[in-house]
Design a protein. Structure first.
Lengths: 82, 133
């Protein structure tokens, strides 16, 4: 019972997340969730292999697009500040 | 095959939507789409739990972050209970944990909204297939 309460207690105190480049990695689980739910609503029948392939492709597409967007913003910021 | 009266079908669509809001995936479950229901439930609950794990339940703030709260409310009515708890001011959260927690919980809510609409649409399609409209 005490372990149950200690688990619940972790939801009442925020975790330490620094403002570092690594904190951007928190993006990945969220992208995985978005890709999974989106593909679940789109596919009328779910077959494990095909579903995983579709989710992986969408996950990769979103990550690549965000990397390109980040790169463009970085270059723009570099031009403005230099 | 006997057709349902219009009113009872509207009630059925409303029930599907309401169930899908109360428990993520429940709308698909009553449409006998068990695989869809399980995937939706696990993914949305996990995303929501990661959000409140990172930022604590303080990220559900009905007073100071109303737009985020509206999106979070799409997860389940339970969010209202958490929001009521947070209004006491005992769970302050700032900075990056607050941002990440709010983004996770709100996106989970919006994903559930997508699933609610999807479940109601599938329920509607099945009716029209049965009737042949």
């Amino acid at each position: 019972m005490s372990s149950f309460f200690s688990i619940i207690a972790t939801f009442t105190v925020p975790e330490q997340v620094g403002v570092t480049p690594y904190s951007m990695l928190w993006l990945l689980p969220l992208v995985a969730a978005i890709a999974t739910v989106y593909k679940t609503t789109k596919l009328p029948k779910i077959k494990a292999g095909y579903f995983i392939k579709e989710v992986t492709v969408l996950f990769g597409s979103i990550v690549v697009f965000m990397l390109i967007a980040a790169l463009v913003l970085y270059v723009m910021a570099w031009f403005i500040t230099e | 095959m006997a057709t349902r009266p219009k009113e009872s079908h509207a009630l059925f669509l409303f029930t599907v939507g309401l169930l899908a809001w109360c428990v993520p995936g429940a709308g698909h479950f009553i449409l006998k789409e068990k695989k869809h229901a399980i995937i939706i439930f696990v993914t949305i609950v996990l995303a929501f739990c990661i959000g409140i794990y990172i930022g604590s339940i303080g990220v559900i703030n009905p007073v100071g972050a109303k737009p985020w709260y509206v999106a979070q409310l799409m997860n389940s009515p339970i969010v209202m209970v958490l929001g009521h708890l947070v209004m006491t001011g005992d769970y302050p959260v700032y900075g990056r944990p607050n941002e990440i927690g709010q983004i996770y919980t709100s996106i989970a809510g919006l994903l559930n909204l997508l699933c609610i609409v999807n479940a109601v649409y599938w329920a509607y399609l099945r009716k029209t297939e049965l009737v042949g409209v």
